[in-house]
Design a binder for this molecule. Structure first.
Ligand code: SAH
Length: 205
């Protein structure tokens, strides 16, 4: 059994969506981790990348991808590119992903990793992702990989298409995975399990 298959066997206890499990099995996570961490690429843990940031735990990437209920023709916005791994999984499940990172260095390294992994339907951008990408909106799905309060998600909520879903770690007394779904002008929010993400850093002004 390959290392990726072993990881997926473990995740199957928590994730039901077979398309998501298949994406985790096919996207080479080793392309997205620093050389010295390659031996741990298929561990079900978060790993350090540059700029003091992390590549999320596969379980959390899978869980968020499942909650986004992606369809093959969906247009997706990903906030917090980091290593680019999560964007690669989303790109395997949807038509196109726009991914925003505030550290230009990370974005460049993520671009190289995506090319190594053979993923061609991701467009990278550098900047404050909490503002979204108005010129490409609306999005069928929005994935946020850094934690902030709910008010900080207003601009992203406004960029959700009708029927669109947003998943984000939202801070409060606890940090919780939170799902929003737009139905016409109404957006329904649901708070789920506790998680731990690095902070969403917003530009002032
Ligand atoms: N999705 C990543 C993990 C992300 S860690 C992966 O699969 O590897 C969170 C990332 O969000 C970090 O790289 C951090 O620099 C970035 N970030 C934090 N605040 C941001 C903001 N306002 N806009 C864009 N990126 C942000």
């Amino acid at each position: 059994m390959s290392e990726a298959a072993r990881l997926v066997a473990e995740l199957r206890n928590y994730i039901a969506d077979e398309r998501v499990l298949r994406a985790i099995e096919t996207v080479p996570r080793e392309a997205f981790v620093p050389d010295e961490l390659r031996p741990h690429a298929y561990d079900n843990t978060a790993l350090g990348i540059s700029c003091g940031q992390t590549i999320s735990q596969p379980l959390v990437v899978g869980r968020m991808s499942e909650l986004l209920e992606l369809r093959p023709d969906d247009r997706v916005l990903d906030v917090g590119t980091g290593s680019g791994y999560h964007a690669a999984i989303l790109a395997t499940l949807a038509a196109h992903v726009w991914s925003i990172e505030r550290h230009a260095d990370l974005s460049r390294i993520a671009g190289e990793a995506l090319a190594r992994a053979g993923i061609e339907n991701v467009t990278l951008a550098v900047g404050d992702g909490s503002r979204g990408l108005p010129e490409e909106a609306p999005f069928d799905a929005i994935n946020v990989a850094a934690a902030g309060d709910r008010a900080g998600l207003d601009a992203l909520e406004a960029q959700l298409a009708d029927g669109g879903r947003l998943v984000a770690p939202v801070t409060g007394r606890r940090q919780r995975l939170t799902v929003a779904r737009r139905e016409g002008r109404h957006v329904r929010w649901r708070s789920l399990e506790e998680v731990r993400f690095v902070p969403l850093v917003r530009d002032r002004g």
